[in-house]
Design a binder for this molecule. Sequence first.
Ligand code: FES
Ligand SMILES: [Fe+2]
Length: 401
Amino acid sequence: MADVDPGLGWAARRKRVARETQRRSAAHAAAGTTDMAPGPFSQRASVYTDPARFAAERARLFGGDMPLVAGLSVDMPNPGDRLLFEETGVPIVILRARDGVARAFLNMCTHRGAKLATDCTATARLTCPFHAWTFDLAGKLVAMPGARGFAGHDKADLGLVPVPCHEWQGIIFVQPRAGAQPVDIEAFLGDFAPEIAQLELGRAEPVKSGEMRAASNWKFALDTYGESYHFATLHASTIGITHFNDMTVYDRFGRNHRVSFPDKGAAALSTMPESAWPEVDYGGVHYLFPNTVLFIGSIEPGKGFTQIFRLFPGASPGEMVTKFAVYAPIGVQSGQHRAECEYAFDATAQVVSSEDYVIAANGWANLVNAPPGQRIIYGANEMALPGVHQAIAEAIGMPLD
Ligand code: FES
Ligand SMILES: [Fe+2]
């Protein structure tokens, strides 16, 4: 992995990045500034509404060529544990076998196609609910009642159909298409790899998960995660109280980025020497191309939470779903910490559903009725958003104008 000092543990690396972010936050808080692009950016509103572009995104981003986050290793730590991954429309089951390896398969019986797993209950084998063909955790067909009826068919040839699955640094990625060409995850992430690796997601403990929907385009909803320009208005009674409005510390890593939104405590830092600054936990919003947002936050020092948002397009340009999960970063420290992580889930789900996604939905209803040529403008202070749209446009081979 590039750019990793092998002598530096991940915790020390996070600490170093956190301090650097704190310095940048303090400077912005003192000066009333923010990281900005050289200038504003605009694109046609049809980037969100065009059915052809939407179809290309579904095919090129969600159709198997790109690895997509299906969950964390800690969501399925033991042999027999499984995850379902169905949000791209292809039913996939991920199984951890006795050898410890997580493998993904079409969730399809090789007899007559029935769906095998309908929930995430751990089992030693997968038995089809139709005629009881049974598969082991590595996808091999191990039992076939009435085998006399299948002369000439070898059990060895009737294993589950695999799809590429990668377990990397505590994250499970799937490329949801049988026959897809497996990609190299570190090459895919590029210089974002150490930024994600340092999160040590393999040490997390799942606390709570659920989903949020908006009658909106998936990219229009995704935009709400990338800027703090709306904190004082849309989130006036929540994040807007604790955090500066329109203040962002931004770093781009190829198609990915990290943003940090300074809290109002940063204002006091410039009045004291750096040696007297309180130590802060590492935090930030990480956009992992194409559809995942990892937010590392903390309730108080040492008691953090990790939130993972995975956004998927629905069946039409105006439908989307977000799979949302909260984890305790190095395990749940106490009953109180668990309650705080649960609160982090509930409070965030409430803000996203009742504020961000309401705006996404009512803005969407406007976009689809806007005149041809209507443009969407992103200020220089909303600098994370153009990079996301450019990366998506490039990946689907449909340049922005
Ligand atoms: S479809 Fe699965 S056993 Fe028949
Ligand atoms: Fe928001």
